[in-house]
Design a binder for this molecule. Structure first.
Ligand code: NI
Length: 178
């Protein structure tokens, strides 16, 4: 399969609301998912959404099974199609995010601490999970892409947005783009 070009902020295709997948287990969908994994891996990301490669379908992939990280709570490799998210409670926390479509930047973004998400895998098998922390953050970030939202739109204080190299927060910026 192949790495695809990642669209960057400013490209109008990133602002579209993507369409639900209606046909599963097709060669096209399988190829898209393979390419999303390849593109994410090539960029060292932790997640990627189909709109980031110019495909307006509600498909995201995320997770690395903890590969190369000391995270005690690794994020399993997950294909999530037509996802829905609900907050487990309404409390939010701010955390640093990056995005393959906003390269070199980081911003402090409020997200729900805990969520339950549902959707389907590539074979239309149901996927349902309750997650918290960084895992929950990644899923919220990816699902935002499906609605045409990039994380800078969610930053409350634009002083907490800048170039990764300039934000010297030792140890706090180890998290990958998504
Ligand atoms: Ni992103």
């Amino acid at each position: 399969m192949a790495e695809r070009r990642v669209l960057r902020m400013g490209n109008p295709l990133l602002r579209r609301v993507s369409e639900p997948v209606t046909e599963f287990a097709t060669p096209e969908l399988d190829a898209l998912i393979e390419d999303l994994w390849d593109t994410m891996a090539a960029r060292g990301g932790i997640g990627i959404a189909a709109p980031q490669v110019g495909v307006a379908l509600r498909v995201v992939v995320f997770g690395d099974d903890g590969a190369g990280s000391l995270d005690p709570d690794p994020i399993p490799r997950t294909v999530l199609i037509n996802p829905t998210i609900e907050a487990v409670d309404n409390s939010t926390e701010e955390g640093w995010e990056g995005c393959l479509s906003v390269p070199g930047m980081r911003g402090l973004v409020p997200r729900y601490r805990g969520i339950r998400f549902q959707g389907f895998d590539a074979r239309q098998q149901p996927v349902e999970r309750e997650v918290a922390g960084f895992h929950a953050r990644v899923v919220q970030h990816e699902c935002d892409h499906l609605d045409g939202i990039l994380y800078p739109q969610r930053i409350r204080d634009m002083q907490s947005f800048g170039f990764e190299e300039e934000i010297s927060l030792a140890g706090r910026l180890s998290e990958a783009d998504c």
